[in-house]
Write a protein that binds this ligand. Structure first.
Ligand SMILES: [Zn+2]
Ligand SMILES: [Zn+2]
Length: 298
């Protein structure tokens, strides 16, 4: 469980990794978007504008918008080449240098994401459900750290916002990936404040946040909080904000749950999860989820 954030030094910082501004197809300028998330109680934000020729390959530099209680990570949503069903690729790269060079002639998505990862970026495959990304597509991106398991914009606009199905398939195949939730907000109306992550770090230093992201030391949420996940004897013990269902998912069909009213602790038997990975899901009475990252038992 060494990749999980719980019980580690530091504290949780709330952030959204996927948002657009007027530097691509968003409705609002970078300063306005940063203010909007700052006022809503977030600790950090990435403006991930579309890295496309028609927008002049933007890497939105938000460093001047940082303040004592709010930071930004520099990133972009990368696009080049086509997936197996002929859709242009969408890959999030967080932690890019502001002078990350434009996509080269003939540079495909594998090369572009590898160049971003080599520059230090966290790489996430985004909204797989929305645009029909398959495991065969995902498996060519060997530099990926994570799958976007909830994209709020895709959910409220198209009812295709989730990504755990793809992530579980890849985890079953043995890939060690994390899962993150975002807004992918363009309008700051219906598409804001629906999905985010809580990252564990010693301070709100963008380098430390990025390091924790790449290590998987965060969890995702639509509302509920996960306070702790521990293995105690032969049980997985989960502490969380009041929940209706606390469940564990693992390799293949492996799953366990407890139901109740206002549950703040759930104990799930470890026995069934004898190989592969485990991840935890908390569902509250309003139907909102929190998801841990997967951890491995070997
Ligand atoms: Zn996209
Ligand atoms: Zn996007």
């Amino acid at each position: 469980m060494e990749n999980l954030p719980f019980g580690r030094p530091g504290r949780f910082f709330k952030g959204n990794l996927h948002t657009h501004s007027t530097n691509s197809d968003g409705d609002h300028g970078p300063a306005e978007v940063v203010d909007f998330y700052h006022r809503a109680g977030y600790d950090f934000l990435t403006l991930s504008d579309h890295f496309l020729e028609r927008y002049d390959y933007p890497v939105t530099d938000t460093r001047a918008l940082r303040r004592d209680d709010f930071t930004t990570l520099i990133g972009a949503e990368l696009h080049t080449g086509k997936t197996l069903i002929d859709e242009i690729w969408h890959v999030l790269a967080i932690g890019l240098p502001a002078d990350f060079a434009a996509t080269g002639e003939g540079e495909d998505i594998v090369a572009l994401t590898r160049r971003a990862a080599d520059a230090g970026a966290f790489i996430g495959l985004v909204h797989p459900e929305w645009y029909g990304l398959t495991p065969d597509d995902a498996n060519i991106i060997d530099s990926a750290h994570a799958i976007e398991v909830y994209n709020h914009g895709s959910q409220v606009e198209n009812d295709r916002g989730y990504g755990w199905s793809l992530c579980d398939i890849l985890l079953n195949q043995g890939r060690r990936l994390s899962g993150f939730a975002t807004d992918d907000a363009h309008y700051l109306t219906h598409d804001a404040f629906g999905g985010w992550i809580h990252v564990r770090a010693m301070s709100l230093d963008p380098e430390l946040i990025l390091e924790s992201l790449k290590a998987g030391r965060y969890y995702s949420s639509q509302g509920p909080e996960i306070n702790d996940i521990a293995i105690v004897d032969d049980e997985i013990v989960v502490s969380c904000s009041p929940a209706a269902v606390i469940s564990a998912q693992g390799k293949g069909a492996r799953a366990k749950f407890v139901r109740g009213e206002g549950l703040t602790e759930g104990r799930l038997p470890l026995k069934r999860f004898n190989e592969g990975y485990i991840r935890i899901t908390v569902l509250d009475a309003q139907g909102r989820h929190a998801w841990s990252n997967p951890f491995w038992i070997d």
